[in-house]
Design a protein around this ligand. Structure first.
Ligand SMILES: [Zn+2]
Length: 307
């Protein structure tokens, strides 16, 4: 009898152990889940600062400036023409989430001026202002004037100036995103190509390359449209054709975000080759070395016109 009871107790103990095992492992699972949720809360509190730029070239500069220290995103789809675009509602949400917002300025992004003016100045960088322009106060855009050409991201010096402003806002060490040596090297390869294409120039979709031409010792070139991408009047169209005949034009550049109908017509009219140019960095991935690659790619694209 006593033996039977002992056996039963052992059996009960065994049963209890079997029943307890899943209970223990369930408790361990809960603990794990709790740690996990604690971890994600932790990740949220140390999230990287978010930089939101209007156009992709500014995101290329920002990412090159901050590397892994911040997340960078841009608002305008890269395949859209960047002049005078309107910010969609989704863009306003991203701006609200951003720690730092970067735009070119009111001359370039007229329709975003009201949104940007409402932001705290500590949260906003106006790229044209880092150049000494007072973009918001400036009135109508002036055509064919380098000083008012808003495509400043095409000049490595301006790229470095904007990068320094971003770095200082985030408390990061100031360092260049493209060095003077690298620019000189690129400029030398272009100069060598240009030397064998004596006196030749180029025709662009719109007047956007003054800063690039200045930085890389290129002729200013001719353009079909003005600096904001607007179509010219009939008189200017006539003058342009006269200028093409007088100048030694080597190619017509086309940009992926425009339909380029007028460029294609002129190229056919004057039997000129069409060469693709990507001033918005549409095919440039965004990473810590993006600006160098972007500028180097533009140099290759310009060289293609003269080879
Ligand atoms: Zn443009």
């Amino acid at each position: 009898m006593a033996k039977k009871i002992q056996y039963n107790i052992s059996a009960l103990l065994l049963l209890a152990i079997i029943l307890m095992v899943p209970a223990v492992s369930q408790a361990a699972g809960e603990e794990k889940a709790e740690t996990k949720s604690k971890n994600s809360t932790f990740i949220l509190t140390v999230a990287k600062p978010l930089i939101v730029t209007t156009i992709k070239p500014l995101a290329i500069i920002a990412k090159s400036a901050v590397g892994d220290a911040a997340d960078v995103t841009y608002l305008l789809p890269a395949n859209q023409a960047p002049h005078n675009f309107s910010l969609p509602v989704s863009a306003l949400n991203k701006i609200a989430q951003a720690d730092l917002v970067i735009w070119v300025g009111a001359d370039f992004e007229t329709r975003s001026a009201k949104t940007m003016a409402a932001l705290a100045s500590s949260k906003l960088i106006t790229a044209l202002e880092t150049e000494g322009h007072n973009a918001i106060a400036q009135g109508k855009p002036h055509q064919h004037s380098m000083e008012n050409d808003p495509h400043i991201w095409l000049n490595p010096q301006s790229g470095n100036r904007l990068a320094a402003e971003i770095q200082s806002r985030l408390g990061l060490p100031i360092k260049q995103i493209i060095s003077a040596e690298e620019v000189t090297q690129l400029r030398d390869t272009l100069t060598a190509t240009m030397a064998s294409a004596q006196g030749k120039t180029y025709l662009t979709h719109h007047d956007a390359y003054g800063h690039f031409a200045e930085a890389f010792g290129l002729p200013l070139g001719l353009s079909i449209r003005d600096t904001s991408g607007g179509a010219q009047g009939a008189k200017s169209q006539y003058q342009l054709r006269k200028n093409i005949l007088q100048a030694n034009v080597s190619c017509v550049f086309v940009e992926p975000q425009y339909h380029n109908k007028d460029a294609v017509i002129i190229a056919a009219e004057f039997s000129l080759p069409l060469i693709a140019l990507d001033p918005q960095g549409q095919s440039q991935p965004i990473h810590g070395n993006a600006y160098r690659e972007f500028i180097a790619a533009l140099v290759v694209q310009f060289k293609a016109c003269f080879q």
